[in-house]
Design a binder for this molecule. Structure first.
Ligand SMILES: Cc1cc2nc3c(=O)[nH]c(=O)nc-3n(C[C@H](O)[C@H](O)[C@H](O)COP(=O)(O)O)c2cc1C
Length: 372
């Protein structure tokens, strides 16, 4: 028998000093299957581990006596100025992490004025989430075979004030997350993708659990292609960013289809095990396009954020870290995670002599064997 999950913390312990300190608190507040769902990567979790390790390939040069007068971290994205370049990545089914789910997340993000991307598989209605938000929201999108349904959901997103659509292209089927399977994960009663209710494919694009053959099942017949991205760009009535791009020529193709931005991502190591870490391919994607390039995967420290910015990211997203903050302490936990990461970024910028995001450049990165 495993112990029942603990209730969320009423107060954040002063001993929580960094993002990873939230993990044990989150784990103790979830059932083992829910923990497996949020923490797992695909298969042997090679890509999940690579994401975390990729930042270690770079050091940072300390700067001497650099002026930090009027230092700031503001960044412009799709016409909106954000105080700092850290957004919350789309993560599905957040009511499994905390009773208020996405509503608590946007409250925490709003308190820290951080942009937040809501999953199409959110467990709260997108209108209710928008009603609780105090900072810009973007809506993440999975392709759906029913265009009438998509048009209806797009209209709901526009009407409730979402500022962009984030089309995720790296998951035409779910990755094989063996840890979930071993933990016996299935969605608990009462948790569902409520915004897909009434559509004939209520789980967006799902794959088999790994035991039944995929080919011949018909599941991939409706997997999206480039024409579908064009359709979305033309019909969204909002800027469309494409998430899950890892190769320069895919980034170029997305830009040619009208994408307003690219998010370099391997879905937090949850889809194709063996995919490189986003940090490893970031620069090549940045060089291939003119639109803003964002990145996620494995960011746990302000120095990780700084390294991604030095390699050309306009901004970064975090996934699991804020979910752990949410599970541990609700909206306050989400806000605290953002606060910690932002504070770490500022310290890292000060110590590397970068007073603004515009002043961050590849030269601040130290690579052993490539000293100047
Ligand atoms: C539990 C979980 C659920 C996720 N759900 C979605 C989703 O619905 N849509 C999506 O585009 N990405 C989804 N992602 C991927 C995240 O948006 C993001 O790419 C990833 O978590 C970043 O890596 P990190 O967790 O190391 O920060 C999910 C990730 C996790 C961990």
């Amino acid at each position: 028998m495993t112990a029942a999950p603990l209730p969320p913390l009423q107060q954040i312990p002063a001993t929580i000093a960094s993002l990873s300190d939230y993990e044990p608190y989150a784990r103790a507040r979830m059932t083992p299957p829910a923990w497996a769902y949020f923490s797992a990567g695909a298969a042997d979790e090679v890509s999940l581990a690579a994401n975390l390790r990729s930042y270690e390939a770079y050091g940072l040069w300390p700067a001497a006596l650099a002026s930090m007068r009027d230092a700031g971290t503001s960044v412009e994205l799709l016409g909106h100025t954000y105080d700092y370049p850290i957004l919350l990545a789309p993560v599905a089914y957040q009511r499994m992490a905390h009773p208020q789910g996405e509503l608590a997340t946007v409250l925490g993000a709003g308190a820290m004025k951080a942009g937040c991307i809501i999953s199409m598989q959110a467990s709260c209605r997108i209108e209710d989430i928008a009603g609780a938000a105090h900072a810009p929201l973007w809506l993440q999108w999975y392709w759906h075979p029913d265009r009438a349904f998509m048009n209806e959901l797009l209209a709901r997103a526009r009407a409730s004030g979402y500022q962009a659509i984030v089309f995720t292209v790296d998951a035409p089927v779910n990755g094989l997350r063996n840890q979930e399977q071993r933990a016996g994960f299935s969605l608990p009663p009462g948790i569902e993708a409520v915004n897909l209710r009434g559509s004939h494919q209520a789980g967006a694009v799902m794959g088999p659990a790994g035991s039944s053959p995929l080919f011949g099942s018909g599941l991939l017949d409706h997997a999206p292609g480039w024409d579908d991205l064009r359709w979305l760009v033309q019909n969204a009535g909002l800027p469309v960013l494409v998430k899950g791009i890892m190769r320069p020529h895919d980034a170029r193709a997305a830009q040619e289809c009208g994408a307003a931005g690219i998010i370099v991502s391997n879905h937090g190591g949850r889809t194709l095990d063996g995919a490189p870490a986003p940090l490893q391919v970031l620069k090549s994607v940045v060089q291939a396009v003119d639109v803003p390039v964002l990145m996620d995967g494995g960011i746990r420290r302000g120095t990780d954020v700084l390294k991604a910015l030095a390699l050309g990211a306009r901004a970064v997203l975090i996934g699991r870290p804020y979910i752990y903050g949410l599970a541990a302490a609700g909206a306050a936990g989400v806000a605290h995670v953002l606060h910690l990461l932002r504070a770490e970024l500022e310290v890292a910028m000060a110590l590397t002599g970068c007073p603004s995001l515009a002043s961050i450049h590849e030269g601040i990165l130290f690579r052993p064997g490539r000293e100047p």
